[in-house]
Design a protein around this ligand. Structure first.
Ligand SMILES: *[C@@H]1O[C@H](CO)[C@@H](O)[C@H](O)[C@H]1NC(C)=O
Ligand SMILES: *[C@@H]1O[C@H](CO)[C@@H](O)[C@H](O)[C@H]1NC(C)=O
Ligand SMILES: *[C@@H]1O[C@H](CO)[C@@H](O)[C@H](O)[C@H]1NC(C)=O
Ligand SMILES: *[C@@H]1O[C@H](CO)[C@@H](O)[C@H](O)[C@H]1NC(C)=O
Ligand SMILES: *[C@@H]1O[C@H](CO)[C@@H](O)[C@H](O)[C@H]1NC(C)=O
Ligand SMILES: *[C@@H]1O[C@H](CO)[C@@H](O)[C@H](O)[C@H]1NC(C)=O
Ligand SMILES: *[C@@H]1O[C@H](CO)[C@@H](O)[C@H](O)[C@H]1NC(C)=O
Ligand SMILES: *[C@@H]1O[C@H](CO)[C@@H](O)[C@H](O)[C@H]1NC(C)=O
Ligand SMILES: *[C@@H]1O[C@H](CO)[C@@H](O)[C@H](O)[C@H]1NC(C)=O
Ligand SMILES: *[C@@H]1O[C@H](CO)[C@@H](O)[C@H](O)[C@H]1NC(C)=O
Ligand SMILES: *[C@@H]1O[C@H](CO)[C@@H](O)[C@H](O)[C@H]1NC(C)=O
Length: 781
């Protein structure tokens, strides 16, 4: 075999003088990784088991690259590399990364390239890409085809930066409204989460014309659940039925239909066993029951936590060995000092050697499968034509328009025409979230940069003219614990906002959680949500509720817009007095402008809640798919799902699946039957329903199907989503929708076995999870 040429990298051709199978692109990733593995020294193998997630930092246009720190890490941990979070723009970052990658190919004995691993929630984790809204926002569109377009765009932007492995999708189920990471998640229903996550994985992992996966994905965090108090790394209870039925369905679907190449173990101790050493869940459950075959990696610093936090390891070596034995094959350790480097002293341990070989083979296989040994490094030219290209921006606008949820619209208060505005006078746009793009932690950090689109305020100003818009921030800080000085500042700021509102004919108040003190140019802003933060109180942090009450007290008609990855209970004094209410979730660059389109009726809102909004601070969890007995405890009638009777019911009115439109839809002619496939003799449930637009404007509705078996072996939720479809219907138009549900999908796990109940079922078809929005039909299967 002749010496092989590695691809041309930035104009330099590398000559590899090895006649080795691993350099042969005609062989498969499995064969190539096996070949390379046997050529590696023990130290080189250990080196592949970690990497440098944040290779360099950059702030305010200056890249800070500490060469000696970098080299120190690179010596021992050189499997992957990452940009980390960056304050600089893509064009400044790519040449540096390309240089580091080239150096690595040059200097490593067998010319083993890095693979770039990156977080990708709203798109790129640095500036210069298309800024999509957060995951909770995009899920609120309930529009899977549109989401697929978003992920294609995001995938191509990642690839244009050389990123071929993302640390997404996050399939954790939203059950606790205090959790600061809820905005990174799709919602409270495991079926919906599975649909979005599977679409994400399929789209990212699409193969190119040469058969290389475009971008490898990491489904995460296995497994993270309820009972954690909203704390990201907290422990949870771990009954097998709970894990498999309530938390694992997105994994089950994604593994079956999309084969994510990797998976991240969660930080949680489940039933006392931290996931990084939880052999039972990572092997017996994840691999044997759920069928996962890819690579399992640690969460950032998680192996170190075994030692320092969980205290289930006596030394760095002990932690490394336990994690490896449990099934972890790769370590994420952003700042170096990885614990898997300790394995270098264990080359005499046969068990460790076998596990290291399996780990490195699996890791290299992903590098081969994504073309890292064969594809050229990305060029600046391709980056410039890919990032923020007009098509990506248009897709972003399209999904943002559908991601805002209208929760109330009194007497068709909205939309407002421009003539309404000239008649009623100026609009006061107030609140601490009026003039920021509240995109969440996994978004670029230079969001105050005017190149990054418009806030609510600047969108109103652009469309209606600066002279027609009044503004006041209304609170000085929004941190929950603030001192007397801050309180005085807030009182003054609220008074100033009230003056503006009194001058106006209409108030739009934008409140929420996220960025804290709004100081530009700081990476670690004070925050009230995001990873590492949680809400001690479900209300609006700081003095925001006082601001809203003061505005409502003026009697000026008021629209409330919530901006956050989280939900806020709305007391009656708020709900009843606001004329219209929206949740806009974590923003993208078009959230402000899309809201103004909705305000003016140019866009008809079509977002639907993917999480139920609690009615009260203590009234959670409030997920719609509770168990029948979870509604007990009060002395109400058993029909009403009483909970803390008589104050509350388990069915909160702002429920999962709910969202308003400017038009009215009616669902009729719901037919359900069992049909048998002639070829396979498999049975499925066929559902047909008619959706009519009985209002006066075109709109989009999400038809939702829920079900429950009358009896089951273990207690099952009062209802579960099983299908949904978003459709556009014109006034006076009717659309007939068909769903086909293989009956196997109606099953559930009982201590690890999949059971499909025969007998009586109820199906509900309609426009939200609220009984009043659903048609119920029964069926015998
Ligand atoms: C290289 O690949 C060829 C073709 O698959 C195979 O016949 C040969 O045994 C391989 N060589 C090594 C050293 O694995
Ligand atoms: C970045 O620049 C701004 C002014 O443009 C300055 O206020 C800020 O302190 C700088 N931040 C850092 C970390 O240098
Ligand atoms: C660079 O990293 C080294 C550790 O390798 C550290 O001692 C040094 O202070 C760092 N230099 C700067 C400028 O941060
Ligand atoms: C890589 O090696 C080539 C020679 O093979 C050399 O020309 C080039 O400068 C090196 N590049 C880096 C970034 O080390
Ligand atoms: C955006 O949505 C509009 C309206 O549905 C559609 O016509 C257009 O093709 C969409 N744009 C892209 C890039 O898909
Ligand atoms: C807004 O203006 C339209 C006509 O443009 C009018 O029909 C409607 O009644 C007005 N609404 C309000 C609330 O003033
Ligand atoms: C809240 O208002 C609704 C009517 O809008 C009423 O039915 C309900 O009883 C009120 N709840 C409380 C706690 O006052
Ligand atoms: C569905 O049911 C309705 C009323 O029960 C009936 O009028 C309609 O024809 C049925 N549609 C189909 C396709 O069977
Ligand atoms: C029939 O159902 C079984 C069990 O769910 C499934 O494995 C099989 O793929 C199905 N066959 C067809 C043709 O759908
Ligand atoms: C639709 O418009 C007609 C008049 O154009 C009006 O009478 C009717 O109330 C409107 N219907 C709805 C649902 O807004
Ligand atoms: C199924 O249960 C519901 C109550 O949830 C009951 O109304 C219905 O009669 C039952 N159907 C059958 C066929 O048992």
């Amino acid at each position: 075999m002749a010496a092989r040429l590695l691809p041309i990298l930035l104009g330099v051709t590398f000559c590899i003088n090895v006649n080795a199978n691993y350099t042969d692109p005609s062989l498969g990733p499995g064969q190539r990784s096996q070949d390379l593995l046997q050529r590696l020294t023990w130290e080189e193998k250990i080196g592949q088991m970690g990497g440098i997630r944040a290779a360099f930092t950059s702030v305010n246009g200056t890249v800070r690259f500490n060469r000696s720190a970098f080299e120190e890490i690179r010596l021992k941990e050189n499997g992957q590399i990452g940009y980390g979070r960056q304050a600089n723009w893509a064009a400044e970052l790519l040449p540096i990364m390309n240089r580091l990658r080239m150096e690595q190919i040059n200097s490593s004995r067998l010319h083993i390239p890095y693979i770039i691993i990156a977080d990708s929630v709203n798109g790129l984790w640095f500036s210069g890409g298309t800024l999509f809204p957060g995951t909770s926002s995009m899920a609120s569109s309930w529009n899977l085809p549109l989401y697929e377009q978003v992920i294609q765009a995001s995938r191509d932007e990642n690839m244009a930066m050389g990123i071929n492995w993302v640390l997404s999708p996050e399939v954790d189920i939203v059950k606790d409204p205090r959790n600061g990471r809820n905005g990174e998640m799709y919602g409270e229903d495991s079926y919906l989460v599975g649909e979005f996550a599977t679409k994400y994985i399929k789209t990212m992992q699409e193969k190119d014309e040469r058969g290389f996966y475009k971008v490898a994905t990491t489904i995460k965090h296995f497994v993270f659940g309820t009972g954690s108090g909203g704390i990201n790394r907290a422990s949870m209870a771990g009954g097998l039925n709970h894990i498999l039925n309530d938390l694992a369905p997105p994994y089950q679907k994604a593994i079956k239909e999309a084969q994510p190449l990797s998976l991240m173990a969660s930080y949680s101790a489940v039933d006392g066993v931290p996931m990084s050493v939880n052999k039972y869940l990572l092997q017996n459950v994840l691999q044997d029951i759920l069928g996962f075959k890819g690579l399992i990696m640690s969460d950032a610093n998680a192996i170190e936590l075994l030692l320092n936090t969980h205290k289930v390891a006596s030394s760095r070596k002990d932690a490394a060995r336990k994690a490896l034995s449990a099934g972890l094959k790769h370590e994420l350790k952003p700042g170096g000092g990885g614990l898997f480097t300790e394995l270098s002293s264990m080359s005499g341990d046969k068990d460790v050697v076998a596990l290291v070989d399996a780990s490195v083979r699996a890791f290299l296989e992903i590098k081969f499968a994504t073309g890292m040994f064969d594809l050229p490094l990305p060029t600046i030219e391709n980056m410039q034509s890919t990032l923020r290209n007009p098509r990506h921006l248009e897709i972003n606008k399209n999904i943002t328009r559908e991601s805002i949820v209208m929760l109330k619209n009194d007497d068709e208060f909205l939309p407002r025409t421009k003539s309404n505005i000239s008649a009623t006078g100026k609009i006061a746009v107030v609140g601490p979230y009026a003039d920021v793009i509240n995109a969440g932690n996994y978004a670029p950090v230079v969001l105050y940069d005017p190149r990054y689109g418009d806030s609510f305020l600047s969108s109103f100003q652009k469309v209606l003219g600066k002279d027609n818009i009044l503004h006041a921030q209304g609170t000085s800080k929004i941190l929950p614990n603030y001192d007397d000085d801050a309180q005085q500042q807030d009182e003054a700021a609220i008074a100033a906002a009230v003056e503006k509102v009194k001058e106006a004919g209409l108030a739009v108040v934008i409140l929420g959680s996220g960025l804290g003190n709004f100081m530009p140019n700081t990476i670690n802003n004070d925050r009230t949500d995001t990873e590492g933060w949680s809400h001690p109180d479900l209300g609006f942090p700081g003095a925001q509720q006082q601001l809203l009450d003061a505005v409502l007290d003026t009697g000026v008609p008021t629209i409330l817009v919530m901006s956050s990855g989280q939900t806020f209970p709305l007391p009656n004094s708020t709900f009843n007095r606001c004329r219209a209410i929206f949740h806009s979730w974590l923003a993208g660059e078009y959230t402000g402008s899309s809201f103004v389109e909705i305000f003016l009726g140019e866009t008809n809102p079509s977002g639907k809640l993917t999480v139920t909004i609690p009615e009260h601070n203590g009234a959670f969890p409030v997920n719609y798919d509770f168990l029948p007995s979870d509604a007990g405890g009060g002395f109400g009638t058993s029909l009403a799902y009483d909970w803390h009777w008589p104050q509350l019911t388990r069915k909160a009115p702002l429920a999962f699946g709910f969202g308003l439109s400017y038009t009215t839809f009616s669902v009729s002619s719901v037919n359900v039957s069992v049909s048998t496939n002639a070829a396979s003799s498999n049975q499925s449930v066929a559902i047909q329903a008619t959706v009519s637009n009985v209002g006066n404007v075109s709109g989009k509705e999400v038809l939702q199907v829920y079900f429950r078996a009358n009896y089951s072996i273990i207690e099952r939720p009062v209802m579960k989503l099983i299908r949904f479809e978003k459709l556009e219907v014109d006034p006076a138009e009717k659309k007939i929708i068909n769903f086909d549900i293989p009956i196997d999908e109606l099953g559930y796990f009982v201590t690890g076995d999949w059971v499909v109940e025969r007998g009586n079922y109820a199906f509900w078809v309609g426009t939200s999870s609220r009984y009043e929005d659903l048609r119920r039909v029964e069926l015998v299967i």
